[in-house]
Design a protein around this ligand. Sequence first.
Ligand SMILES: Nc1nc2c(c(=O)[nH]1)N[C@H]1C(S)=C(S)[C@@H](COP(=O)(O)O)O[C@H]1N2
Ligand SMILES: [Mo]
Length: 315
Amino acid sequence: MRKIDVPKIPSSEITPEQVYLNRRQFIKLAAVGAAGSLLAACGVKTTSQGENTPTDISERPRDELGDPANSFEEITNYNNYYEFTMVKEGVASLAKNFPTSPWQVEVGGLVHKPRIFDMDDLRRFPQEERVYRLRCVEGWSMVIPWLGFPLSLLLKEVEPMTSAAFVKFTTIVDRENMPGVKSPFYPWPYTEGLRLDEAYHDLTLLVTGLYGKDLLPQNGAPLRLAVPWKYGFKSSKAIVKIELTESTPPTFWNIVAPNEYGFYANVNPQVPHPRWSQATERRIGENRRRETLLFNGYAEQVGQLYANMDLRVNY
Ligand SMILES: Nc1nc2c(c(=O)[nH]1)N[C@H]1C(S)=C(S)[C@@H](COP(=O)(O)O)O[C@H]1N2
Ligand SMILES: [Mo]
């Protein structure tokens, strides 16, 4: 798997663009000279929010299966974020001015050293790029070059007690800026959870950016989770609280429809959603359907976590 270590220097001193350009284009840029002309020449965007992100598929990072990342445009304009709207194409504009700074994340519950982190504290963890597949339970998928750090690094700092067995994530409820939370039909705040061993798995990433830039609000700025072997709804956006608990935490979609959305939500082509098959999926940007991969293609890394479980019962 691709891992890029980003130097441990204050976030104020590093522009996300550099992180990305260093890896993908810097050598080429240095060789040819004038950055602007080369960026244009190799199909790199130089417009507003997606500046310096490649539109040309051949220039994009790839996942370990060889598939190119979706474009910045796709990743930031097709979103699930019910706090704003249920319309995927409408999230970006409604979330545009969502205030993400200052921001604090309270980490507590069954830990020896509970602590409130602000975003500067969190950006001090060594950020790396991880190109992950994201598979939504609805049957579509994307490949996203996230920037972040393993959740395990944060958990180790607060020293979980031996009684801790689960981790609960709570999303912000901002009544002024999130029109969707006015809907009384949903059990706000959006909550999610992982078993402690899942939370400690190296693939479980706390995400602060994508394509080498800070997250935009529609993708869950300033801090969201990426749990690539599970359906996308497990990857909470705009996290404000992380709690270690003894028992299974209640989770948003499980409260809404327990027979449709279980706690585990592992991607599995053999376990259909009650209302549709999960055997295939559509990669955003493609017309054909792809076969869904067990654990979203991460079976080798995570299969062992579920060795003794019936995946149909623990859906
Ligand atoms: N707080 C919050 N987090 C959320 C959601 C949400 O509605 N609210 N939707 C989830 C779903 S269903 C998916 S598929 C992913 C989508 O992430 P993306 O828009 O960054 O691709 O976010 C997940 N995290
Ligand atoms: Mo989703």
